[in-house]
Write a protein that binds this ligand. Structure first.
Ligand SMILES: C[S@@+](CC[C@H](N)C(=O)[O-])C[C@H]1O[C@@H](n2cnc3c(N)ncnc32)[C@H](O)[C@@H]1O
Length: 147
């Protein structure tokens, strides 16, 4: 799979992936709006080019409260995410070109208020889905949101 070309479907307005993106973004928007006052920590595993979170953050009233880390393996996608974050002036967004399965990627940000694991479960085995869900319990603070 070319994980950069995979994102091209998002440019088609009537594609199911575009509808899924809108749904994910609506949940992100709601999670940020409903989160308690103060600093918010956000983690995105297998973040792709980060548009789900970054497009919402760019116009969200809580944007400056959010410290986020996007972890993604493909350096073309992380370059796109860095560019998107910089264009939006999101200075507290970190983008790591790394294996999202390594828990030490998150040790200074977990437990987080919002954990994104989007577009992942269709691409891994059932036992890995179960392990990932179990890990999300540790990555998310009590009362936090996992999407
Ligand atoms: C289906 S895409 C989803 C991207 C994004 N979360 C979204 O929903 O738009 C899966 C992404 O996971 C990345 N990926 C695959 N294995 C990974 C790993 N072990 N660590 C980090 N990223 C990985 C791929 O490069 C790809 O960008």
């Amino acid at each position: 799979m070319d994980w950069t070309a995979w994102h091209d479907k998002y440019d088609q307005t009537d594609h199911w992936m575009t509808r899924r993106l809108k749904t994910v973004q609506a949940h992100i928007d709601a999670a940020l709006s409903d989160a308690p006052d103060g600093e918010l920590q956000v983690i995105s595993l297998c973040a792709g080019d980060g548009r789900d979170l970054l497009e919402v953050l760019a116009g969200h009233p809580r944007r400056d409260d959010v410290r986020a880390r996007l972890v993604e393996l493909d350096p073309r996608n992380t370059a796109a995410a860095v560019e998107r974050a910089e264009r939006a002036g999101l200075q507290r967004v970190e983008v790591a070109t790394a294996d999202a399965a390594l828990i030490d990627q998150y040790e200074d940000l977990a437990p987080a208020d919002l954990v994104l694991v989007c577009g992942v479960f269709g691409n891994i085995t059932d036992p890995d889905i179960e392990r990932t869900i179990a890990a999300c319990n540790q990555l998310s603070r009590a009362g936090g949101t996992v999407i």
